[in-house]
Write a protein that binds this ligand. Structure first.
Ligand code: KG4
Ligand code: ZN
Length: 370
């Protein structure tokens, strides 16, 4: 085995076509992400059929650019890593078929990666890129994205200490946290995806203006639920006669599909800004509260926060201010949202442990985190 192991990661689970080359799970040689926001934006959410078609269009040039940016040839790659699931099945299949074809043509091994584990490895990759020591395990992993919200204990085992295993502690019973941001943004005509725009608009609002009462859930106290908060936003909109303002923004967005928070700010009343700030605070509260409860009941040495919602500025700020938690780690913004560097980084310990996938590897839309 050569000393420098270069893994080409390929990620197509949702609405980003991504490829990256990572050396030894710790050096970022290239990372290319082609977003489909322009395609899905006008529908206010992801259209699976369009996502598959966009991946088909983008996969070849995106992988080529990742190879070129890394300054290597295809044959210099030691393995191809690909997201097997969870995600949209048609979208996953594009990445999987391309990765298999490339591995076959180049005669290189194929490594299957769970997208959620990829998000967790983004935290480790960040620390390695910064030249900092490895965070101590076991870690409490909070994965918060557009498709998932879960808490798990991440521990290493076996001969190769860097292969992680995960024990699920809690998950969302309804919407994922990012999905709640996206649905509220759609309801209020704030564009797609909702997280980044709400994050920015919320800075101009009062997070205490609207109270969201939390319904008591039976069963696992570490499970999440966001649909009640989302419905409370809908009720507030209905009872506060905000429809005219929403219609005006919808018309503006049709004319300016790529509109960002500064463009939308003048079209938002203080009531709307207070509402989004209060909604964001309610979601962030639930996430932080669950982490505090999990830390109190489990023995962990670190907290890993990853996935698209980990980009949220209030969430980062809140975790910086909670006392009594073990060190909390976040990847940089570009490694928090979907990317392929995290897939290549997650594949490295599997490569070293000889955990290769066969050609029959299926896409698995609901692949569990183990
Ligand atoms: O991890 P990701 O890129 O894709 C999935 O695996 O789902 O996460 C995308 C989600 C979207 O729902 C988006 O609205 C949310 O992450 N998001 C944010 C922020 N940036 C992205 N949510 C809150 N605040 C943000 N700054
Ligand atoms: Zn993701």
């Amino acid at each position: 085995m050569s000393e420098r192991i270069r893994i080409l990661g390929i990620e197509t689970s949702c609405d980003e076509t991504a490829a990256a080359v990572v050396e030894n799970g710790s050096r970022l040689c290239s990372s290319v992400v082609a977003s489909q926001i322009a395609t899905h934006g006008k529908y206010g959410g992801i259209v699976p059929e369009l996502a598959s078609r966009e991946h088909l269009r983008a996969i070849v040039p995106v992988v080529r650019k990742a190879i070129e940016d890394a300054g290597i040839a295809y044959s210099d790659v030691d393995a191809i890593a690909v997201t097997q699931g969870p995600g949209l099945v048609g979208a996953l299949m594009v990445g999987l078929i391309y990765a298999k074809s490339l591995a076959l043509a180049l005669d290189k091994p194929l490594v299957a990666v769970n997208h959620l584990e990829g998000h967790i490895y983004a935290v480790l990759l960040e620390e390695r890129l910064q030249g900092r020591p490895e965070p101590e395990l076991p870690a409490l992993s909070l994965v918060v994205s557009g498709g998932h919200t879960l808490l798990a204990i991440s521990q290493s085992s076996g001969q190769d200490k860097r292969v992680l295993h995960h024990r699920l502690l809690g998950r969302t019973r309804d919407d994922a946290a990012g999905e709640a941001f996206d649905k509220v943004a759609k309801l209020l005509a704030l564009g797609y995806p909702g997280g980044p725009v709400i994050d920015k608009l919320a800075r101009s609002g009062n997070a205490h203006a609207v109270a969201f009462t939390k319904a008591k859930m039976k069963g696992n106290p570490l499970d999440f639920s966001f649909s009640g908060t989302k419905t409370a936003v809908l009720r507030y909109v209905e009872s506060n006669d905000m429809s005219e303002e929403i219609a005006a923004r919808r018309a503006y967005l049709q004319q300016h599909p790529g509109a960002k928070a500064p463009d939308l700010l003048p079209l938002c009343s203080q009531k709307t800004l207070d509402l989004v700030a209060s909604f964001q605070a309610a979601v962030v509260n639930e996430l932080v509260q669950h982490v505090i409860e999990a830390v109190n009941s489990e023995s962990v040495n670190s907290v890993f926060v990853s996935g698209g919602v980990a980009a949220n500025s209030l969430l980062r700020e809140r975790f910086g201010n909670v006392r009594g938690l073990p060190p909390v780690f976040f990847p940089r913004l570009g490694l928090s949202t979907d990317n392929a560097a995290m897939i290549a980084a997650a594949a490295f310990p599997k490569f070293r442990a000889g955990e290769f996938a066969g050609w029959e590897l299926p896409a698995d839309a609901s692949l569990a985190l183990e």
